[in-house]
Design a protein around this ligand. Structure first.
Ligand code: AMP
Length: 297
């Protein structure tokens, strides 16, 4: 496995792969890898000749009061996990290497960033857009793999790739969960035992909603939101940041009172939640397709 710490080293490795007509699959991460990341790496390995993993905690996507300084890191363990997933190249730049000078260019994807984490974390997706753009320009991947755990991120990046004609195929990958349903996240290590037990409510409430929707397609968006909020308030001590039901991938608002099967006919919608447990903010979501019945996708 080739470990590159500078853009120059990485570009040389990429050039070598391209010379041999090898396809490149790319998985950008912030490290402290878990099975969620591993699933992206395995999918990239199955589809491509060469897999590039980047590990970079990007300061530009953290707000002033967020967890940049305490974001968990374990380079040695990450490198071992990468090797076990068949990664060919790991890109591990420092902040100074990524941002040699203060960037004066901004990437702002409008509309898709208006709600959910875009609203709760102002500037977050500008930081994501900028770093993903830079990484795409350095790695020149044929395909890039992103988890649906961050469904809004997938929508933002797909929009950006389309708007800027970036030559990469975006591959969304399913959410990997703990046995009790909690979506894997590097941030789960912050949770106290009590909060860890409560946190499973996020996915469990989405599952319960799925069952209710399969039985009653006439539920409205407002009823779904109230159901999830009640579940979270009853079963946890967490503080709700948001519970929203929106069209996906446009992330536009749906009439709150109308029956979902009529108002989003033949389309997809997302139910997305963000809840703070102490200082740890967790997100989760479920995606639904409205056809004859409402099914989870
Ligand atoms: P992060 O290191 O948190 O920035 O995540 C890097 C990539 O891994 C992103 O595309 C995430 O959506 C994806 N990812 C994180 N957690 C999961 C998970 N539980 N299941 C699937 N993908 C995930």
């Amino acid at each position: 496995m080739n470990i590159c710490r500078t853009k120059q080293q990485l570009k040389l490795a990429v050039r070598e792969a391209k010379k041999q007509q090898q396809s490149i699959g790319f998985v950008p991460t912030m490290g402290f890898l878990h099975e969620g990341h591993a699933s992206l790496l395995r999918e990239a390995k199955a589809d491509n000749d060469v897999v590039v993993l980047s590990i970079f905690v990007n300061p530009m996507q953290f707000g002033p009061n967020e967890d940049l300084d305490r974001y968990p890191r374990d380079e040695e363990r990450d490198i071992a996990l990468a090797a076990s997933c068949g990664v060919d190249i790991v890109f591990l730049p420092t902040t100074e290497e990524m941002y040699k000078r203060k960037p004066l260019t901004t990437i702002k994807v409008e509309e898709v960033t208006n709600r959910l984490c875009g609203a709760s974390r102002p500037g977050h997706f500008d930081g994501v857009g900028l770093v993903v753009n830079k990484l795409f320009n350095i790695v020149l991947p044929d395909r890039a793999y992103f988890g649906m755990k961050d469904a809004q991120q997938v929508a933002v990046i797909e929009q950006m790739v389309q708007d800027l004609d970036i030559n990469v195929e975006i591959v969304p990958c399913p959410i990997i969960r703990e046995p009790d349903g909690l979506a894997l996240s590097s941030r789960n290590v912050y949770l106290s035992a009590k909060h860890r037990a409560e946190a499973a409510t996020l996915s469990q409430s989405l599952n319960k909603l799925h069952h209710k929707l399969s039985a009653d397609g006439n539920m409205s968006a407002d009823e779904c939101i109230t159901f999830i909020k009640d579940e979270i308030l009853t079963n946890t001590t967490g503080e709700i940041d948001y519970v929203e039901l929106l069209q996906y991938p446009s992330l536009t608002v749906i009439n709150g009172q109308a029956s979902l099967s009529k108002s989003v006919e033949n389309q997809r919608f997302i139910v997305a939640v963000a809840v703070k447990f102490g200082t740890t903010r967790l997100i989760d979501n479920a995606l639904f397709q409205v056809s004859e019945v409402i099914e989870r996708v």
